[in-house]
Design a protein around this ligand. Structure first.
Ligand code: FES
Length: 197
């Protein structure tokens, strides 16, 4: 294959590789919650994968991305948040994530491909409300035994920062982790299976 043919082949490959990927941009703010821009409505309705630049999601922040009509959270967990994840397993319904609420490659201590980023559907597994993000170690509505997480105001369900549900609340299962993969150290694709780059 000569140089010209190689270039054409490469362009075709890149076109095929990026087809179907939307892109999500966002603006950094000083508060730990960011609403993202999302792909076109048509792309979302078709279930297109969504690309996110995670370098713009600062430590402790949460980004919401639309995917297949659902809110997907990208949470940048700090080192302290990760250290605390293993300290309340006795409070959890399914601490080892044995229920199939995540891809096999995210069935691990952090329920993610990269430990620092949780990528989960932000819908309560009880009746579908949107839980609130409570990153504080001692968040009042999470109680003393949960080191940060999510609180559902509809009926009081609680989830830790890996989306694992706490015992004795209405929600029966952990939050659902979406398929996700990394194109590079900074670029994540939601809705596509894969391993870290
Ligand atoms: S919908 Fe979340 S606790 Fe009921």
């Amino acid at each position: 294959m000569d140089t010209h043919e190689t270039d054409i082949h490469r362009r075709r490959f890149l076109t095929a590789a990026t087809a179907g990927l939307g892109s999500a941009g966002l603006a950094a703010t000083a508060i730990p919650f960011v609403e993202s821009m999302s792909p076109s409505e048509a792309a979302k309705a078709a279930g297109a994968a969504v690309e996110v630049d995670v370098s713009q999601v600062g430590p402790g922040m949460l980004l919401t991305v639309g995917w297949r009509g659902k809110p997907v959270w990208v949470v940048h967990r700090t080192g302290q948040m990760l250290d605390l994840l293993g300290k309340h397993d006795s409070q959890l319904v399914d601490p080892q994530s044995d229920e199939p609420q995540q891809p096999d490659y995210a069935k691990n201590a952090t329920r993610s491909v990269k430990p620092q980023y949780l990528v989960a559907i932000g819908i309560c597994t009880h009746l579908g409300c949107i839980p609130l993000y409570r990153p504080e170690v001692a968040a009042a509505d999470l109680g003393p035994d949960l080191h940060g997480g999510f609180y559902c105001p509809c009926h009081g369900s609680k989830f830790d920062l890996a989306g694992r549900v706490v015992k004795n609340v209405p929600a029966p299962r952990n939050l659902e982790v979406t398929p996700h993969a990394y194109l590079s150290d900074t670029h994540l694709v939601i809705g596509q299976d894969g391993k870290p780059a």
